[in-house]
Design a protein around this ligand. Sequence first.
Ligand SMILES: [Zn+2]
Length: 157
Amino acid sequence: MKEIAYPVWAISAQWEYKTPEGWKYNSTYFKVSSKDNIFDEQLWWEEYHNKKFEHKLIKLDKILLGEFTWWMKWFCHVNLNYHNNEQGAFESFERFLEETYGSIILDVHDYSSMHKDTYLNKVTNKEDCIMGAEERWRWKFCGCEQCKKEQITIVKH
Ligand SMILES: [Zn+2]
């Protein structure tokens, strides 16, 4: 199966929100991709921020990291290409990890690497925490109805 690489962006936001005790600070950071090749961070912010609180947006950044088949969410990776079985999904995921982080990922018996939780991302040249994705035994193919409906693939780890 020929997979399509889609743009992956890093979104970061910082804001202050008003509480009965005064103004407090909060922030978020996540990666996102889109089959439409666009992501409207302003629209995301409007839907995301808690409308119960008065707030001041300090900073909202969108950085294009490149085009990839997989991107990381909270203890899972998502692929906007659809794999209907575990084997195809795992092969694709392994290829992605190898290309992005190198062969250390592939040696599940390398226990010296087990407790390292950051890896040098060959693409961005920055260290990434990959939330356990380096250990194959954590991988779990999602394959739910929602994945099928959206024609996406999720591997949890
Ligand atoms: Zn699913």
